[in-house]
Design a protein around this ligand. Structure first.
Ligand SMILES: Nc1ncnc2c1ncn2[C@@H]1O[C@H](COP(=O)(O)OP(=O)(O)O)[C@@H](O)[C@H]1O
Ligand SMILES: [Mg+2]
Length: 296
């Protein structure tokens, strides 16, 4: 890819993107969508006006947050086609809006190809940044969920974010192949989006207290992403029961844990553990972002 280095001619001011977190890994099934939904909901609970963006053709985020299929990503694809500002679904929770994904989002690949043909590659790859930028003054945090195995859309997301959070599961697909693909996409994107940083790797879905696995993930992340690769100390524990419940109920781990505390015994104890994991991990994500910002 041969991209010119200036983004100013597209009107992109990367200072605006300071609170945009993208969640990416070359592979699927590693926790991107669930972490996006739970992180966005926590951020909203902290009274930060928050936007979650679902760039998945599967549009699973509606299952995690329970807002239904809506327009299945039609408005999202239309904005990308015309370059108009994205249109959020408002009030999914207090302080939480969502850019809805779903099957219509699959059209974005074709749209971006058309833009590349008519306006050039740079215009194409900055399209998401262009459509997102006008919304940014309204939000204190934006979480962008990216699709796996889709290099074009991954690049769009990397050019519309300040920080990348990379969820991994302990398997070769996500750790080696997924991180490698992600690392390559990152290296290209940072040539254009000079503020982009890999904030850290988020260890998802291992049994609680799996410290040996955590250390191994640190080693593998440093091997693939470089010796400064950081792995957040807090992991997200494994619970198939909770995974099912979250998507059946359309509620976050925190919300389910609150219901259990209020007496709903059908919700397992794992809800409280998982909620605590997400709370701590998201706190670490915000803390590290603020440390990197201060160091910059
Ligand atoms: N705490 C958990 N433990 C085990 N599996 C989980 C947990 N939370 C979610 N899952 C499941 O793991 C799978 C992958 O998660 P998801 O967030 O969709 O990953 P991605 O967006 O990277 O594809 C989903 O089927 C999801 O329901
Ligand atoms: Mg997903």
């Amino acid at each position: 890819m041969n991209m010119p280095l200036s983004v100013s001619e597209f009107g992109i001011d990367y200072a605006l993107f300071e609170n945009v977190f993208m969640l990416g890994n070359g592979k699927g099934g590693v926790g991107k969508t669930t972490l996006t939904a739970n992180a966005a909901a926590k951020s909203a609970r902290q009274n930060l006006p928050t936007l979650a963006i679902d760039m998945n053709g599967q549009g699973n985020m509606h299952r995690d947050l329970g807002y239904g299929e809506q327009d299945q990503g039609k408005a999202f694809a239309e904005s990308m086609a015309t370059g108009a500002p994205l249109v959020p679904l408002q009030g999914v929770r207090e302080n939480l809006d969502v850019i809805v994904g779903g099957p219509e989002v699959r059209k974005i690949n074709g749209i971006v190809n058309d833009v590349a043909r008519n306006e050039g590659f740079m215009a194409a790859y900055l399209r998401l940044a262009v459509c997102l930028a006008p919304l940014l003054p309204r939000y204190k945090a934006v979480f962008l969920d990216t699709p796996p195995e889709n290099p074009d859309l991954l690049r769009l997301c990397l050019l519309a974010a300040r920080y990348a959070v990379v969820p991994v599961k302990f398997d070769a697909a996500s750790l080696d192949d997924g991180l490698k693909d992600f690392g390559q996409a990152f290296q290209m994107a940072v040539q254009v989006n000079r503020q982009l940083r890999i904030l850290g790797v988020a260890h998802c879905f291992s049994p609680r207290g799996a410290t040996r696995i955590h250390t191994e993930i640190e080693k593998r992340a440093q091997k693939t992403l470089g010796k400064h690769a950081y792995v957040f100390p807090q992991a997200v524990g494994h619970s198939s029961t909770m995974a099912g419940l979250i998507r059946d109920e359309g509620k976050t781990a925190y919300e389910l844990a609150q219901e259990r505390k209020a007496g709903t015994r059908s919700i397992p104890e794992a809800a409280e553990n998982l909620a605590a994991d997400y709370e701590a991990l998201v706190t670490q994500i915000f803390k590290r972002a603020s440390e990197l910002r201060q160091a910059a």
